[in-house]
Design a protein around this ligand. Sequence first.
Ligand code: ADP
Ligand code: F6P
Length: 325
Amino acid sequence: MSTEIKKIGVLTSGGDAPGMNAAIRSVVRTAISYDMKVMGIKNGYKGLLNGDITELKSKDVSDIIQRGGTILQTARCKEFMKPEYQERGAEMCRVFGIQGLVVIGGDGSFQGAEKLANLGINTIGIPGTIDLDIACTEYTIGFDTAVNTAMDAINRILDTSSSHSRCSIVEVMGRNAGYIALWCAVNTGAECVLLPERERPSDDEIIRSIVENKNRGKKHFLIVVAEGVGGCHKLAKTIENTTGIESRVTVLGHLQRGGSPTAMDRMQASMMGTRAVDLLHDGHAKRVVAYVKGEYVDYDINEALAMNKNINEFRLRVSKILSVK
Ligand code: ADP
Ligand code: F6P
């Protein structure tokens, strides 16, 4: 089917995520396969407002599929929340001849995309965030790499923790979402996991799970805490004072957001990038690409933003059962 869209833009917005480069590459090369031109917009909506926009050719996205970060760089742009700046953003698209825009980011970025769509720019969102907290999709680009990085770091912490019979309290990323924390907890055998979506277990409950495992002969203890819950240092002191078990805190921080994307992230990003451009080519706008039950589907942005997502109870139950020595 032929399309009227001859030129599209692509930007990355919000927190970066491993696999964003693979998504950019996919968008660029799919668009070129449709004879569309692609403009790369630097620094998210900030770059759109500043006109920081240049054409991306196929060779410009060579050798990036394996690289973390985003070659387009990213930003948080507060001004873009205001209607006058959204209008300026739409105007910038028109000035550069951009008829369709692919926005790679999280829910916040999709809200910006929705505003641009209302101003006549065909926008398509691709879920890119390590937090896995976009309700309409079972996968968000970056999660697999981030959770594997965090898990690998915890494995190393457990080596030394085991040598010293200590308790490790590890804070992982997730200001509002506990997916990284829960996956790390299940996959490393944490005694306890603290998630922003759930009521915090009492100190007594946490301590009981540690002491019970100590009495069964366990040599190291682990509490995984999502960033949004916080309080790691206070918890470490409480555990140490109550049980006599030396406790150490590690905040993994931004190392979880870097690194070469895993096979999963490269694959998902490649598929979602093509799907986004297919949608623009077929005349769709104001959609978000999603991965649901093994298929790449799409939703209206507003419908997607209105959806709710919650922590999987079964996974949480399994994490508790399997950490008992
Ligand atoms: P994420 O996309 O990862 O959720 P943010 O919430 O930080 O990250 O949002 C990224 C950017 O998207 C913001 O800095 C802003 O430029 C834009 N944005 C967020 N919310 C809105 C909104 N309600 N209206 C317009 N733009 C928004
Ligand atoms: O990318 C998502 C996320 O990593 C959250 O888990 C975290 O709260 C936030 O971004 C921190 O990002 P920054 O330090 O860039 O503000």
